[in-house]
Design a protein around this ligand. Structure first.
Ligand SMILES: *Cc1c(COP(=O)(O)O)cnc(C)c1O
Length: 392
């Protein structure tokens, strides 16, 4: 069977699913050694996936979970913050990001962004830091690297942890170092629209064993199913308990999903190459239009984007992108009630009013994001572009 190399799914994914079904085991177990006696590490797809990711990113601790949102929750939980701590995130965030902050019992505080990229602005961070701010989440939006060095400088000055949300940025590197490896913890997603997918899925990663342990407990009902040489210091299971050491959800990934994600990971570089070709094609097509008011992102020295969507700057007011998180009804309600859905009171300086982040509110009105999925043919992309920009 011949298949186009960038078909979203092919023989590798089929074989991976078949192997899992043949094995008769569709879950990873609660941890190493949990399954039947015959289990060896090599038969557990989730573990193979974690090992492959750790190697690819060059990071020692990886825990795969059932979504990017779960990975964000694990990343925040991994910091061990007190309830009511403020956590900064960009005004232009998929709502999963501030929701993950809420889930940890913390308070999302929105920082303004660069209006041309919608990526968090280091000065915007400084402007909203309070005595109660403990962490910030940076999003490598569109697969473009955020200015991580300046952001980490600000974070060090203010004593904040840094979480990198890399859901849109698998393959993005800054001076040869993958995004996600600069901060204290990171999250990635395998949701259908992302660079590689198992339908739903994601992972947490960190350089720090203690944060990894907290993330695992949070994602696996408090069970210390640690890998990578991390051992539990908590009380062991006894004859009448199973050893749940702390609070946690069940955010485990299934073996079917892990096996598909593992197969997709082996194709990631070919997907990235195709996406880069499509970006070049968008540049050429927009240039042919001869409309000087359309601008594509400027290259930044040392930054190598791995585009998820390609953000094109259009005249003010002509943008079609939406995404000011704090204007979502859930935040408007919190603004009125002055408390989070988990009952944490909002301090007076935390507001979710229109006008809070003016650069973000203006910026979304001048961006159109071009889908550049690796499965698109040149002609499909051209046709889509004509539709997307015909009014300009
Ligand atoms: C997709 C996405 C998420 C959430 O990932 P899910 O797997 O859909 O839960 C979080 N952050 C960003 C930036 C995303 O693009």
């Amino acid at each position: 069977m011949v298949e186009p190399s960038n078909a979203p799914f092919g023989r590798l994914e089929m074989a991976a699913v078949q192997d899992v079904l043949n094995s008769g085991r569709l879950w990873r177990g609660n941890g190493p050694g949990w399954g039947s006696e015959q289990d060896s590490i090599a038969t557990i797809a989730a573990e193979r996936l974690e090992d492959a990711i750790a190697q690819r990113l060059g990071i020692p601790y990886v825990h795969v979970v059932n979504s990017g949102t779960s990975a964000n929750e694990a990343a925040i939980a991994s910091l061990g913050l007190e309830p009511g701590s403020e956590v900064i995130c960009p005004a232009v965030s998929p709502v999963f990001v501030p929701l993950a902050i809420l889930a940890a019992g913390c308070i999302p505080v929105f920082a303004d962004v660069d209006p041309e990229t919608l990526i968090i602005d280091p000065c915007g961070i400084e402007a909203v830091v309070s005595d109660n701010t403990k962490a910030l989440i940076v999003i490598h939006l569109w697969g473009m690297p955020a200015p991580i060095k300046s952001i980490i400088d600000v974070a060090m000055n203010c004593g904040l942890y840094v979480v990198e949300d890399c859901a849109q940025a698998f393959g993005t590197v800054i001076e040869n170092q993958p995004v996600g490896t600069f901060g204290d913890a990171c999250s990635y997603s395998f949701q259908q629209s992302k660079h590689i997918t198992s339908g739903e899925g994601g992972f947490f990663a960190s350089h720090n064993a203690e944060r990894y342990a907290r993330a695992v407990l949070y994602s696996n009902a408090g069970i210390p199913s640690f890998r990578f040489g991390v051992s539990s210091t908590g009380a062991a299971a006894t004859s009448d308990t199973r050893g749940h050491l702390g609070f946690g959800h069940n955010h485990r990934i299934s073996e079917l999903q892990a096996a598909v994600a593992h197969a997709q990971l082996s194709r990631l570089d070919s997907f990235i190459r195709r996406r880069a070709e499509l970006v070049t094609l968008v540049d050429a097509e927009l240039q042919d239009k001869g409309n000087d008011s359309l601008r594509t992102p400027r290259p930044v020295p040392g930054h190598l984007p791995s585009y998820w969507r390609y953000p094109v700057l259009v005249p003010p007011g002509k943008g079609t992108f939406t995404g000011i998180s704090y204007l979502e009804p859930v935040f408007q309600q919190m603004n009125d009630q002055r408390r989070t859905p988990f009952g944490i009171s909002l301090p007076p300086h935390v507001r979710y009013d229109r006008g809070t982040c003016p650069a973000a509110e203006g910026g979304v009105m001048q961006i159109r994001a071009v889908p550049i999925h690796h499965s698109l043919t040149d002609n499909e992309l051209r046709k889509m572009l004509r539709g997307q920009f015909e009014d300009l």
